[in-house]
Design a protein around this ligand. Structure first.
Ligand code: ADP
Ligand code: MG
Length: 694
């Protein structure tokens, strides 16, 4: 494969547009995009026609508005290009209006009650900042999704609005330094973790099929203890999958860059090169979709769940975030002397203030039933939001707070060998993996998002809260007589007020949980605990100020997330019961019966059935306990289902149903360990985690 030639071959990108659009049209398009203006219809007509010709040349027959409803995945409704002629034939047609706006029926997408009082119609509007592309012979047009009354029904619209907000605030801030930039974009590189398991084994487990995670399963004798999987040799079948995945993603213009094995057996990671948050978010959706479909070409299933297996690490998605000017300046680059880099100090202070003031929003942006299993489980950051700065930057800020001049150049160098290798600065950037929000040299790495998440949510929050902080800071600095003095003064003030959010130690320890409580940091352990914060007065004011969400939209989002939480728990609980009654109990009964038969036969033959009786008795006791716990789970579900209020219901699913599920599992897993091979109702952990060897 000629990669440079194939890269972006299925994308209606800059090169294609320059090739195929009249110069005036191209210029008008670019201007509209840069200024965030809607396109005029005549221009849209010309672009639509060029897009159609290009798509037809690539074998397309259909187009779709590709959008991102609140389900967290993408949606599409394919329409063919055919238009009838008077002669009873068809031509292939695509108008500017069809490009700019579509009208999918919105009634079956989650709306959290938003549409209840309105007609069930929504419309999609072209997002010209993300290129159209071809998937399965269909021209896909990235779009935003709203209701006719203007309510936001998707994840792209608020993301675009948050990008506009942070652009404006950052440009305002840059003016203080005499920098006139055309645009500031928030950038993201999102590292995606996932598991691959054999498809035939997957199909035998209802928990994986219905829930994407195992609900039962005794630990296999070997897990990740040997620490031999991380960056280890990639198995041939997995390698073939990765190769095909890269190729397909490259065709779509996705900058797939690093592929490697992760910590847990059967766990892997793919990281792209960063790009604007909007495009990164679209590309991450494509990445997840293609991981799932290409896995199947290789007899594999891709698990994107945050915690598919108990006892080994789960999967997350590291959201590396920064701000860049259109001219290529990274605003979080500290340069050689951060202490003297006033511009950097201002942006750094803004992020610290934003994260401290809005810990709740960052926590909510990663809240889900799946991610609850990961956060705080000693494999991912705790549910407490804090910032890692590293010793260098912390010392810079401490010096400023103490009105001292920071002596730079003191960074300790780590010499790998004489001369041949460059010296690395030790601890300047973070190798501390336990921090949820770490400064990593020239960007912040938000490590809390779950592997199955749309990254739109976390980035909507990041962009908006940093916009707010920048605006406040710019407001205070504008008109300052001595800018340098004013900046050091303000950085001192902000750092002193928000330094409780800075934590450079080990985030996995109990001491940190205690310490964080003393500092007054939030520790929102579960999704139902976190969600009610979303529509607080503080957050309503923030999102209203930047026109990201109305109060009604926030409430509806809270409602959708609560309902989603309860629904997931309900499906998991019922899947457990189904597996129990259809698979596990019959297996236990069959084994017990065979043991009792064997015992009787032995007795008849004059032998003592010691093992058969002992094991049979033990399994009987276990089976009775399992049955009792399953009845308790049934009761918990019944009781919870009676609740009408969505918050009360989600809480009960967490406190009662999830607790009952855990108790049931605690009885089943030890019994599974005792089952003979032929009685095992489904593939074990060992087979799932170590089953792909070809
Ligand atoms: P890690 O050490 O966390 O595994 P990786 O090198 O795998 O780091 O991933 C780092 C990610 O950060 C990549 O996706 C990279 O493109 C991204 N990144 C680098 N610079 C920036 C930036 N300025 N803004 C956003 N993301 C960035
Ligand atoms: Mg990372």
């Amino acid at each position: 494969m000629n990669v440079p030639k194939t890269f972006g071959s299925l994308v209606f990108n800059e090169t294609v547009m320059k090739d195929r659009l009249p110069t005036a049209t191209y210029k008008a398009f670019k201007a509209a995009v840069l200024e965030g203006r809607p396109l005029d219809l005549p221009i849209a007509n010309i672009i639509a026609n060029a897009m159609k010709d290009w798509a037809l040349e690539h074998g397309c027959t259909h187009f779709t508005h590709w959008f991102q409803p609140m389900t967290g995945i993408t949606a599409e409704k394919h329409e063919s290009f055919i238009t009838p002629t008077v002669e009873g034939r068809v031509i292939m047609d695509f108008s500017g209006k069809e490009l700019i706006q579509g009208e999918p029926d919105a009634s079956s997408f989650p709306s959290g009650g938003l549409r209840a009082t309105f007609e069930a119609r929504g419309y999609t509007a072209w997002d010209p900042t993300s290129y159209a592309f071809i998937k399965d012979g269909c021209l896909c047009i990235p779009t935003a999704f709203c209701s006719y009354t203007g309510d936001v029904l998707d994840k792209k619209t608020p993301l675009l609005r948050s990008m506009a907000a942070v652009n404006k605030a950052a440009l305002r801030t840059l003016k203080l330094f005499g920098i006139e930039s055309a645009q500031v974009t928030s950038t993201v590189g999102s590292e995606q973790e996932y598991f691959l398991v054999d498809k035939k084994m997957w199909a035998k487990r209802k928990d994986l099929v219905y829930c994407g995670r195992t609900l039962f399963g005794a630990r296999s004798p070997r897990g990740q203890e040997l620490e031999d999987h991380y960056f280890g040799m990639i198995k041939p079948r997995v390698m073939a999958f990765m190769k095909e995945l890269d190729e397909e993603l490259w065709k779509l213009g996705v900058l797939a860059k690093t592929e490697h094995n992760e910590v847990a057996p059967a766990q892997h990671e793919l990281a792209p090169i960063f790009t604007s948050t909007n495009v990164a978010s679209d590309h991450n959706q494509l990445m997840m979709e293609f991981m799932k479909r290409i896995a199947q070409h290789h007899g594999l299933m891709c698990l994107l769940h945050e915690k598919p297996f108990e006892g080994v690490n789960g999967s997350g998605k590291h959201n590396n975030w920064s701000l860049a000017t259109a001219e290529g300046m990274n605003l979080l680059d500290p340069g050689k002397e951060p202490y003297k880099n006033l511009r950097f100090l201002v942006f750094l202070a803004a992020v610290l203030q934003a994260v401290d003031l809005h810990q709740d929003l960052l926590r909510i942006s990663v809240a889900s039933a799946g991610n609850d299993h990961r956060l705080g489980a000693n494999e991912a950051p705790p549910a407490i939001v804090s910032v890692f700065l590293g010793s260098d930057l912390t010392n810079v800020l401490e010096a400023i707070a103490a009105d001292k001049v920071y002596e730079s150049g003191a960074a300790e160098k780590m010499k790998l060998s004489e001369d041949t290798l460059p010296a690395l600065t030790k601890d300047n950037t973070d190798r501390n993996r336990t921090s949820p929000f770490a400064f990593t040299g020239n960007k912040f790495e938000f490590r809390m998002p779950g592997s199955s998440f749309s990254i739109a949510g976390p980035n909507i929050v990041l962009n908006t809260i940093v916009a707010e902080a920048l605006d406040e800071i710019a407001g205070k600095l504008e008109g300052a007589a001595d800018l340098e003095k004013a900046i050091y003064g303000l950085v001192k003030e902000i750092y002193s007020a928000h330094k409780r959010i800075v934590f450079n130690g080990n985030g996995y320890t109990d001491e940190w949980v205690e310490e964080a409580e003393k500092r007054g940091l939030l520790n929102l352990k579960s999704t139902p605990e976190a969600l009610p914060y979303l529509s607080s007065a503080k957050n309503e004011a923030l999102f209203a100020k930047y026109n990201i969400f109305s109060n009604l939209e926030l409430e509806s989002r809270e409602e959708i997330l609560l309902e989603n939480y309860s629904t997931i728990l309900s499906i998991e609980a019922r899947t457990m019961l189904e597996m129990l009654h259809k698979d596990i109990l019959p297996a236990l009964v069959a084994y017990g019966l065979d043991l009792s038969k064997a015992a009787n036969d032995k007795k008849k033959a004059g032998m003592k059935p010691g093992l058969e009786v002992a094991l049979g008795d033990r399994l009987s006791v276990m089976s009775a306990a399992i049955y009792a716990k399953s009845e308790a789970l049934v009761a918990a579900i019944k009781e919870t289902e009676l609740l009408e209020d969505s918050l009360a219901k989600a809480k009960a699913y967490h406190d009662k149903v999830l607790a009952a599920m855990e108790e049931l599992r605690a009885e089943v897993d030890p019994a599974e360990e005792l089952l003979g091979e032929k009685y095992l109702p489904y593939p074990t952990y060992g087979e799932l985690l170590f089953g792909v060897n070809d």
